[in-house]
Design a protein around this ligand. Structure first.
Ligand SMILES: Cc1ncc(CN)c(N)n1
Length: 224
């Protein structure tokens, strides 16, 4: 699965948003755009886990879904709140943000999987969210270790480089591997497609935030 996504995974780490975040040179407006979209995303990400919990029969999977849901709502969004408050953005603005086309594409995709598909599809759909962030978080922390203390985005990197985020990916991988052991080749291909689409969506989420892009063409970008 990881191999199938390798090209976009590596390009994702090299894209301007991530490079400048690591260097600490990313324009605040771009980061705020990203955080506002991501605040909304993380709420829906918690909803996906709630739906996963409702569909799971294995108590271990249920407990994991509950844990991630709580972490998203209570820990992850605290970093968003703290940055956005320091930029003078109110809670009301955070709750009423206009969703970008790219954020909507990603969110709609994982929500439709959560509503319509099996628990295995849901686990695969959330894997890029956990794994890409943990991987980039670790790599950024290592690559920019010498300058991170002076980087305004240090708290963001610190959150995703944690062992806990990494362990969530390990947990997902182990459980997915067990569940796919007897799957047909066709089913495996379906799951790989869900995974690679997720990694592509992660890429576009950052790329569109870097361009502060709400919609496909700038001339369509009217107030709504
Ligand atoms: C778009 C996106 N993907 C993943 C994560 C990490 N939970 C996030 N905060 N935002």
């Amino acid at each position: 699965m990881r191999k199938a996504a390798d090209l976009v995974w590596e390009e994702g780490y090299q894209q301007p948003f991530i490079r400048e975040l690591g260097e600490g040179t990313l324009q605040r407006e771009r980061f705020a755009f990203y955080l506002l979209q991501d605040f909304r995303y993380v709420n829906d990400y918690a909803r996906v886990h709630a739906l996963g919990l409702a569909k799971a029969t294995d108590p271990e999977i249920m407990a994991f879904m509950l844990k991630v849901q709580n972490g998203a709502l209570q820990v992850e969004t605290e970093v968003h709140r703290s940055y956005l408050a320091s930029y003078g953005i109110t809670e009301e603005q955070m709750n009423n943000v206009r969703q970008s086309a790219f954020a909507r594409a990603y969110t709609s995709n994982i929500l439709s999987i959560a509503y319509g598909k099996d628990i295995l599809d849901i686990l695969v759909a959330v894997l890029p969210c956990a794994w890409v962030y943990a991987d980039y978080g670790y790599r950024l922390a290592a690559e920019f270790a010498d300058t991170l203390d002076d980087n305004p985005y240090k708290s963001w990197v610190d959150m995703y480089k944690t062992d806990e985020f990494w362990q969530d990916s390990v947990w997902l991988l182990e459980h997915i591997e067990k569940l796919v052991a007897d799957a047909s080749e066709e089913r495996k291909r379906e799951l790989i497609d869900i995974f690679v689409t997720g990694v592509e969506n992660e890429y576009m989420f950052w790329a569109s935030a870097y361009d502060m892009q709400y919609t496909w063409k700038p001339e369509w970008n009217q107030e709504r």
